[in-house]
Design a protein around this ligand. Structure first.
Ligand code: HEC
Length: 221
């Protein structure tokens, strides 16, 4: 190594190899020492934050009922009677919906029908008679003269009721509704009963006539 070169790189003249090695190792120590401490610091932070998150999650889990947004409502034990009342109310509500969709256009939402055209269901003898009667009417329809609450209906052939195409459950629910709405009071119908009645008249093509049903179920009218 020439003197000139040593001068330009170290700024000192006549530096020998040993000295250079020493200077370098000193520099190396001094440069790296501070980073040693800095390397440990983030690890401690990670650890501390980890612990914090862990503790917070436990706290959250306890205070939010296992992270559920909507904690379960208190279970209310219903008596058999109350359960029965709830079941019946559901059936009535379901029947009411079917009624609004499939019957109210003629018999009206209030069940009063339209004078000289559509007979009333509120207070009708037909509705609260043997439950087979209303089921049969829904299944096959009805035409011809009938007497409801002392008034004649079905006197014009143009005004008649065609079969309402709904399933056994819907018939059971809507019949139960009609038989217990607007002050009517009569037994409820089950899907099973309706299914048996449907099977028993499966071959029938035409609508019922007022005459045949009235003499079978309402001979006192
Ligand atoms: C398109 C109009 C129309 C629809 C819809 C209709 N009905 Fe009728 N319903 C009539 C007519 C008209 C009569 C009378 C038929 C006759 O005089 O022969 C009648 C008669 C009845 C009767 C016997 C008479 C009475 O007033 O009690 C019952 C019960 C009855 N309907 C129930 C229902 C039910 C339940 C529904 C729905 C599932 C329904 N009807 C849908 C027109 C309708």
């Amino acid at each position: 190594m020439s003197d000139k070169k040593q001068k330009s790189s170290t700024g000192e003249e006549g530096m020998n190899d040993d000295l250079m090695v020493e200077v370098h190792s000193r520099l190396a120590r001094e440069k790296h020492e501070p980073t040693k401490g800095f390397l440990i610091a983030p690890l401690i932070f990670v650890f501390v934050f980890g612990c914090l998150i862990f503790v917070c999650s436990i706290q959250l889990a306890h205070s939010t009922n296992s992270f559920q947004l909507h904690p379960p409502q208190e279970v209310v034990e219903l008596t058999e009677e109350e359960k029965e009342a709830v079941r019946f109310e559901r059936k009535m509500q379901s029947g009411k919906k079917t009624f609004a969709l499939r019957c109210a256009s003629c018999h009206q939402t209030n069940g009063l029908g339209i004078e000289n055209q559509y007979p009333p269901l509120a207070g009708s003898e037909w509705v609260t008679a043997n439950p087979e009667l209303i089921t049969k009417i829904i299944l096959k329809g009805l035409k011809g003269e009938i007497l409801v609450k002392g008034e004649k209906y079905g006197t014009s052939a143009a005004v008649n009721m065609v079969a309402v195409d709904i399933n056994d459950r819907e018939i059971a629910n809507v019949s139960t509704y009609v038989r217990n709405a607007w002050g009517n009071e009569a037994s409820e119908l089950t899907e099973d009963q309706v299914s048996k009645i449907r099977d028993s008249i499966a071959d029938m093509q035409d609508q019922w006539t007022g005459e045949e049903l009235q003499s079978e179920y309402l001979s006192n009218l």
